[in-house]
Design a protein around this ligand. Sequence first.
Ligand SMILES: [Zn+2]
Length: 303
Amino acid sequence: MAPKNNTTTRVVLDIKNKISREDYKIIRSKNRKAIIIEIKNKKAKQTDKSKSVKEVVLPEKYTKEKTGSAPGLCTVVIDPGHGGKDPGATGYQKTREKDVCLSLGLKLKKLINSKKGYKAILTRNSDIFLSLDDRGAIANENNADIFISLHANSHEDTRITGIETYYLSFASDEDARKVAARENFTTASKISDLEMIFFDLLQNNKINQSSILAGHVHNAMVSKISDKYHEKIRNLGIKHAPMRVLINTEMPCILIETAFISNPKEAKQLKSLAFQNTLAASIFNGIENFRSARETAFNKTAP
Ligand SMILES: [Zn+2]
C-alpha cells in the first residue's frame, strides 16, 4: 500500500490463484474510514460456498467457535474495571473508580455463587493492574457464558448523573465515543474502527447476544434502583462503542457505567453498601432474564 498522490492511495494485493470480478467484493465501512476487500477462497469453495479469504487471514482467536461452560451451568466472569497503577476516574471526595468497582464486583460474585446453576469468576479480586486484553482472556480461558465489566462514569460537569450500559459496536454517539476513549486509555479520534469491521463481519451473533444481554441487565438495574430509592434515576440508555475490553471477549459481553463518580450524590451512593447490594441484585436479575429469554427462544426454534 502506498500513497500515489495527495488524494489517492494505491493498494496492491498479490494473489496466488487467478480470480475474476465476481470473486471479490470491495466494501466501504459505515464511517467511511476504512475499506474491506473480501476475496473468495476458491479452494474452500469446493467444500463450503460461504468460506472466504477473510477467515484465512484473521488470527484464530477471531474465528474460533465458542463452546461455553458445562451444560446447565452459567459461568459469569465479572471484571471490576481498572486497578493497581490505574485508578480509573477520580470523583467527588477522591472516590476512586477502581475501589468502587472492586467492591461491587466482590458483592456480585458472592451473590452469583450463592445461586444454583451459576458460577462467578472475578478478573481481579484485589487492587492489581490488569491490561484490557488480559481481562477478556480470563473470560475466554474459563469458557465464560457471560462477561460483565464494571465501571463508574465521570464528567467534567459534576451535575451530570445516570446509568448507561454498553455493548460492542461502533460508537453510538459522541458521548459514547468519549466514554470509550476514556475506558480504552486513548483519545476519541484514535478509536480505531477497523478492528470493529472484522467483528461486524464475523461476530454478529456475539454482538446481537450482547445487545440483548445489555437490554436485560440495563432494564433490571433501572427499575430496581428506581423502586428501591423511590426516585427516577437518569436512564442514559443502552449504548454501543468500540470498548477495548469487549473486543477479544468471545461470549456475550457488556460494560456497565454504574453511576457518575464525578457527581457528589452518586459518588456517595457508589460507596454505600446498600446501593452496591441493589446494583448487584439487579445485575443478577438481568442475567437471569437474559438466560430464560434465550432458553425460550431456543425451545421455540428447536424441532
Ligand atoms: Zn472505567
